[in-house]
Ligand binder design. Structure first.
Ligand SMILES: Nc1ncnc2c1ncn2[C@@H]1O[C@H](COP(=O)(O)OP(=O)(O)OP(=O)(O)O)[C@@H](O)[C@H]1O
Length: 309
């Protein structure tokens, strides 16, 4: 499978300008709130207008200067945040009406929906609605599946239960999946590749390990969990660089090379969150011990990366 994407669309704050090629697999999309993730997916699905560009799926033009196929002709399925089930149809009918296969029994079994077939959507729990919605998408045999925050309506326990099933089902899907989530850890578990969107542009993309462990851009570093971006000069390093380090990798210890003062120590479940002041910068650390305000401490950095500013 081959999907060539060139999407240009003006928004009041910035222009979406995304140019990328994807083959079979699951692509996670990370970006700050309002960076254009949903708009990108909606343009791809044909649910939003574009200013210009080109979308070609396996040599079929979905969009260019002359062609603009409606959503139902694109072979791209978009999972709505509220799942978009038809309220006046039973689960079975919801699936049948979208199915491009006569044998939907396999999909029904795969999603463990047998006991729900005659139920109407309003009687389903959030997790059940989601299972039906994804079963319906797979029955429609799309080439591309777009999942925009697919778990946002579910509580933490249900998310965990469903995650296992979803990863299993999606990894057997022969097409391309784009999944947007604000949860970087969840996205890592689902995806093979990651795309970072910032102000409507893809600033970094590639294999998930590369993006999560060796981010090039500061925005990427922040998104994948480097919650401290420290001016390197402060730690006697080059002035035009910064150090990205996760709070769990700030090690407070008596022999530490760097001095700091505790500003605040907030109790948390596993580790306390300790805010340190060091040469005018605030650093966030995690530590099992409790610290007093104004306490002098020393710390070292582990597993940090250095980026140019
Ligand atoms: N139909 C539209 N036309 C033009 N601009 C839009 C449209 N819909 C949303 N926008 C704007 O485009 C920007 C990106 O919005 P979008 O919903 O894609 O962000 P997002 O990255 O998905 O955010 P979040 O993570 O908060 O859901 C926002 O500034 C938004 O106001």
């Amino acid at each position: 499978m081959n999907l060539r994407i060139n999407i240009k669309k003006r928004t009041p704050k910035f222009s979406i300008d995304i140019n990328t090629v994807k083959n079979t697999g699951i692509v996670g999309i990370l970006g700050a709130s309002g960076s254009g993730k949903s708009l990108f997916l909606k343009c791809l699905a044909g649910l939003e207008s574009m200013d210009s560009g080109e979308i070609i799926l396996d040599s079929k033009v979905l969009y260019n200067a002359k062609i603009n196929l409606p959503p139902q002709q694109r072979n791209i399925a978009y999972l709505f945040q509220n799942y978009g089930l038809f309220p006046n149809m039973t689960v079975a009918k919801n699936i049948q009406i979208c199915a491009k296969t006569k044998d939907i029994n396999q999909i029904i079994a795969m999603f463990r929906l047998e006991h729900l077939l005659n139920i109407y959507p309003e009687k389903l729990s959030g997790g059940e609605q989601q299972r039906v919605a994804i079963a319906r998408i797979l029955a429609s045999k799309p080439k591309v599946i777009l999942l925009d925050e697919p778990f946002s309506a579910l509580d933490a326990r249900l998310r965990k239960d469903i995650e296992f099933d979803m990863i299993r089902l999606l990894s057997n899907f022969a097409g391309i999946v784009f999944i947007v989530s604000h949860d970087k850890d969840e996205l890592y578990r689902f995806s093979q590749d990651i795309m970072i969107i910032h102000n409507g542009n893809v600033i970094e993309q590639g294999k998930k390990d590369k993006i999560y462990k060796h981010p090039i851009h500061l925005q990427t570093a922040r998104l994948v969990g480097y919650d401290n971006i420290i001016n390197a000069q402060m730690l006697n390093k080059k002035s035009n660089q910064c150090i990205c380090v996760k709070s769990e990798d700030i090690k407070i210890n008596e022999d530490g090379k760097n001095k700091a003062v505790v500003i605040e120590c907030i109790e948390d479940i596993d580790n306390n969150i300790v805010y340190l002041q060091c040469n005018g910068e605030v650093i966030r650390a995690k530590d099992k011990r409790h610290y007093l305000k104004k306490q002098q401490v020393k710390f070292d950095l582990e597993n940090y990366i250095v980026n140019d500013v």
